[in-house]
Design a protein around this ligand. Structure first.
Ligand SMILES: Cc1ncc(COP(=O)(O)O)c(C=O)c1O
Length: 367
């Protein structure tokens, strides 16, 4: 780099917003081995069936891709409202949903809608890192309550009184621990708190309960969902938020026009009307989760968290050694430099899970 370029670089950095200067980009973990099996991202191990891809190609051929998509993806909003009406057995209108380029976009929009510089966002720890990332990027202050025996309604209310947050995020089932937060707790907090209470249900397709049925009873309660996990559509980036129209209307002001592309629109509409296979696959993952959990829990030198999601969280010093052993076999998982150390393993296909269990058997003998 020439001296002139170096000088430009310094000058550009000086012009950055303070929050951008102090934040590190989200890159994920770097791999120093050849990844043969990826169990780090909580994705579905199954691609969508060929028949659905064929339908997509036919539909795609009919579209003029030189044209912009609909400004606010009106068709997908309608399909989603119809889909939720079928799923929840009640009338859901397009005014109650908003779609995003992944649910990440909606989390970002929620923060940009409510959080000014210095405002507080309250959540739990450990949890999904994006709540903190988007908060701090926007100049907000992120506060978290540890998910331990003190994570009680009374203590959360006390935190609300003390910190006066603008918005609260719950993640249930929680990433990375897989645990479901008590429905009573979330509902009591949404009664108590006057601001928006967001429940990130990215993994709720795998859980025994969720809060979708409560949304129309609580004006400030919003649920976010994603098609990246159970629906096997991480590649098209699609998520949605379901909430009272009062909240949705405000969020729509912050949403960028044309946020969804035509390809996502087409495929999502097809999948929403052909989801039988997805439901079968969810049942498969749940069965595999029970099988893998049992084997992992049979080793007493770490704690295995019961999971209501498509991954399992292990805590204890041995977990990072286990990660090393998995990496040596070409299996990628997520690790956390927490105290105690922890790892998160996505439930994959039968073959992928068997590969993990083979490494486990060897690991148990040596450790
Ligand atoms: C809890 C949670 N919420 C949201 C997301 C983002 O999902 P999307 O792919 O819809 O942006 C993830 C992705 O890992 C997640 O774990």
């Amino acid at each position: 780099m020439s001296d002139k370029q170096k000088d430009k670089k310094v000058k550009i950095k000086e012009k950055l917003r303070e929050e951008v200067r102090s934040i590190s980009p989200y890159y994920g973990e770097k791999d120093d081995f050849e990844v043969k099996i990826n169990l780090a991202g909580n994705e579905s191990p199954f691609d969508i069936p060929t028949e659905i891809k064929d339908k997509f190609i036919k539909e795609f051929q009919k579209n003029d891709i030189n044209r912009y998509p609909e400004i606010y993806s009106e068709k997908i909003h309608q399909e989603l409202a119809d889909y939720l009406s079928r799923e929840l057995n009640k009338e859901v209108s397009t005014e109650e949903v908003i779609v995003g380029n992944g649910s990440d976009e909606l989390l970002d929009i929620l923060i940009r809608t409510f959080v000014d510089k210095g405002d507080i966002v309250l959540s739990q720890t450990p949890t999904f890192s994006m709540y903190q990332y988007f908060t701090e990027l926007g100049g907000g202050v992120y506060e978290e309550i540890p998910l331990n025996k003190d994570f009680t309604i009374e203590n959360i209310k006390a935190k609300i009184d003390q910190l006066e947050p603008k918005i609260i995020f719950f993640c249930s089932p929680n990433n990375p621990t897989g645990e479901l937060l008590a429905k009573d707790l979330i509902l009591s907090i949404s009664e108590y708190f006057s601001g928006p209470v967001i429940v990130d249900e990215a993994y709720a397709d795998f859980s025994s309960e969720d809060l979708m049925d409560e949304v129309d009873k609580h004006l400030n309660l919003a649920v976010t969902r994603t098609f990246s996990k159970a629906y096997g559509l991480a590649g098209i980036r699609l998520g949605y938020l379901y909430a009272n129209p009062v909240l949705v209307e405000e969020l729509k002001k912050v949403l960028k026009p044309y946020n969804l592309n035509t390809l996502t629109d087409i495929l999502a509409c097809i999948v929403l009307n052909n989801d039988d296979i997805i439901k079968e696959r969810i049942e498969f993952i749940k069965k595999e989760r029970a099988r893998v959990y049992k084997k992992l829990a049979a080793y007493s030198k770490w704690d295995v968290f019961p999971s209501e999601a498509n991954f399992i969280y292990l805590e204890g010093e041995k977990t990072h050694l286990f990660k090393k052993a998995l990496n040596q076999a070409g299996i990628k998982i997520r690790s956390y430099n927490t105290d105690p150390a922890a790892v998160r393993i996505t439930i994959g296909s039968k073959e992928e899970n068997n590969a993990v269990l083979r490494v486990l058997e060897e690991f148990k003998q040596k450790n």
